[in-house]
Write a protein that binds this ligand. Structure first.
Ligand SMILES: [Zn+2]
Length: 274
């Protein structure tokens, strides 16, 4: 297969189309496996289990066989998964991780399972792991058994919940469980409110003589203004980009800065060199 003469546009279009087809086929295969399992057809071929049939007859690896069986079982319980797998909102890997969590934590309530699955839609497997950890709460493991625990049921409207997600993203480098995140938010609020109440003067931010240096105030203003990649809308791996390049005399001002994700920033550097 030689793709050398494909135009950039056709190459991108074809790839997108193939990815969609790949997901459709994957989903369709799982639905077929479910039917084979219902009919116990693998016994006709001399296999003792669906797993053996998938590995020995269909030549999938053992890991992919388990992923497919896990997905098949969940699909039986929650039929909505089918369209999510097909659209790519849910991946087999993430589904497998979720299923493991359900098993380990003894989660049997279908409604709660659906809620958890919704929270891992469109996430990388790493983010998915973190989200699942939040659900089961590593905090519950680290807390001393003698410590008295309080439970607080909160309902958020979408705007408030988005703020929480934003804070979670901003703290992602060190904070993990929900409890830890709330704890930090409370600490910050207490500090802020205390200094307001007692009119504590905040530290003056010293600007550096390096013109490439972006002051903390400007970074904060640009981040709060943009919040997402200004090209693709991603929230991940955001970086500050000089709209008029620094090398061409672009300044580190709020007006000349914007947030781009690492991918868009790299892509931009590549295209500007061409
Ligand atoms: Zn981007």
């Amino acid at each position: 297969m030689n793709l050398k003469y494909l135009t950039d546009k056709a190459l991108l279009q074809d790839t997108k189309h193939l990815a969609q087809e790949y997901r459709s086929i994957t989903t369709s295969l799982i639905v077929h496996l479910r039917e084979i399992n219902t009919r116990r057809l693998f016994t006709e071929l001399g296999y003792t289990s669906l797993f053996c049939y998938i590995v020995q007859e269909l030549h999938f690896s053992e890991a992919s066989a388990s992923r497919r069986i896990t997905a098949m079982k969940l699909l039986q319980e929650i039929p909505e998964i089918e369209s999510k797998l097909e659209s790519g909102e849910l991946t087999l890997t993430n589904l497998g991780k979720a299923a493991n969590t359900f098993k380990q934590e003894g989660i049997t309530d279908t409604g709660f399972k659906k809620e958890i699955l919704a929270s891992i839609e469109n996430t990388s497997s790493k983010t998915c792991e973190k989200t699942l950890e939040d659900v089961i709460g590593p905090a519950s493991l680290s807390i001393q058994p003698t410590e008295r625990m309080y439970s607080l049921h909160l309902e958020f409207c979408e705007a408030t919940y988005n703020k929480f997600e934003q804070i979670r993203y901003l703290m992602a480098h060190k904070k993990r469980s929900r409890e830890e995140i709330f704890n930090s938010i409370f600490d910050m609020a207490i500090e802020e409110l205390t200094s307001k109440k007692f009119k504590t003067k905040s530290k003056q931010i010293t600007s550096s003589s390096n013109p490439r240096y972006i002051t903390a105030n400007i970074k904060k203003a640009v981040y709060l203004r943009d919040k997402i990649c200004q090209k693709c809308g991603s929230k991940n791996a955001l970086e500050f980009d000089h709209i008029k390049p620094f090398a061409l005399g672009g300044k580190s001002t709020e007006e000349n800065l914007r947030m781009l994700c690492r991918n868009c920033n790299q892509r931009q550097r590549i295209t500007s060199r061409l």
